[in-house]
Write a protein that binds this ligand. Structure first.
Ligand code: BMA
Length: 341
């Protein structure tokens, strides 16, 4: 998988990626109860992206939040059984998968955005009051990841992107909520745990937010070259197109240099413009913002089925539909079928 990502970069291409692409879309849900039948999956999984351009994203993102609690659905209602099937289907069609983890606060029991207790990270590190419980929680994640295999039992390569956007302070593992040492120890504990569980099919992605303005800031809490495979950043467009392009340029300059000096693959691990209220956003903003930066993929966030305006991808009838088809046809972009060639 890492070699395939490097080949994408060497070929000056960029893979299109979309969060929860085959789980649900802007006006449909594949996650209702009872759970979807197997026929709804495989090659025929529904996808807003495919409904517009005829192909699936080259990379699909899914989120593991609440798997650690033993729940059957993640924080956005996606059943983990469905997620497993969709991950396997994406692999079978030649695509890749990246996993994020918006996990609940293990100390307060509230959600991932409950950052009020600065003792949270310390509580799950060795010696902390929640450490043993957290090992059980990581164990549940490992149990699930272990089941993601091809028909012949081969583990499917997966990108894992935990502890993201830590340079901001909106998650309980964020910049102002824990120390650099605690954050690095959190990564090492997570990595060592999964290694010990034999999950050597994971590629590990480091994705700060847009806060770093220097290499030193980008790497301030970096867990180490021995752990990380993919370097990225997350940033979204606000009101200003110019502001977004400028932020992307600054972040990409830092990222590309970081990836070059550390011999890692670079990617835009999360981006988008909520509701995409711009009919030419894909080729008029996103492609120019990426320029010729050597990044393996660009991931836009989810198309929520239950929140009218919370969507970042495309869907039939969206004002940017025609432009998305131009983006799809642009020689720079890769979708799932391109990876089979
Ligand atoms: C956020 C929003 C939330 C969602 C979370 C995890 O950016 O999309 O609605 O619960 O990601 O997917």
């Amino acid at each position: 998988m890492l070699a395939a990502m490097k080949a994408v970069v060497d070929g000056h291409k960029v893979m299109f990626a979309h969060q929860d692409d085959t789980a649900y879309g802007h006006s449909w849900s594949g996650i209702a109860s009872p759970q979807p039948s197997p026929e709804e999956n495989g090659e025929d999984s529904r996808s807003d992206t495919k409904d517009v351009c005829g192909d699936y994203p080259a990379v699909i993102g899914f989120d593991l939040g609440r798997l650690e609690l033993g729940h059957s659905r993640n924080l956005d209602g996606v059943p983990f059984d469905k997620m497993r099937r969709e991950i396997i289907a994406q692999h079978e069609r030649g695509g890749m998968v990246t996993l994020s983890w918006h996990l609940d606060n293990p100390l307060t029991g509230k959600d991932a955005w409950d950052f009020h207790d600065k003792g949270t990270v310390a509580s799950i590190l060795p010696g902390g009051s929640r450490h043993d419980e957290f090992l059980i929680r990581m164990g549940r994640v490992a149990d699930f990841l272990e089941t993601i295999k091809t028909k012949d039992g081969t583990p499917i390569p997966l990108m894992f992107r935990p502890w993201h956007e830590h340079t901001g302070s909106w998650f309980w593992w964020g910049q102002e909520i824990c120390t650099t040492e605690q954050y690095k120890a959190l990564w090492r504990m997570t990595y060592d745990f999964m290694q010990e569980r034999g999950l050597t099919n994971l590629l590990w992605a480091y994705s700060p937010g847009a806060e770093p303005t220097t290499q030193a800031e980008y790497f301030e809490r970096y867990p180490g070259d021995d752990i990380i495979d993919v370097l990225g950043f997350d940033t979204y467009q606000g009101k200003s197109r110019e502001g977004y392009i400028a932020t992307m340029k600054r972040c990409l300059d830092i990222l590309v240099e970081a990836a070059r000096t550390h011999g890692k693959v670079a990617a835009v691990t999360e981006t988008g413009y909520e509701s995409t209220p711009d009919s030419t956003w894909w080729t008029g903003t996103l492609l120019p913002a990426l320029g010729d930066a050597p990044v393996a993929y660009v991931l836009v966030w989810r198309n929520a089925w239950d929140q009218e305006k919370h969507h970042y991808g495309v869907y039939p009838g969206h004002e940017s539909e025609a432009d998305f088809i131009r983006f799809y046809n642009d020689p720079r972009t890769l979708f799932a079928k391109d990876l089979r060639k």
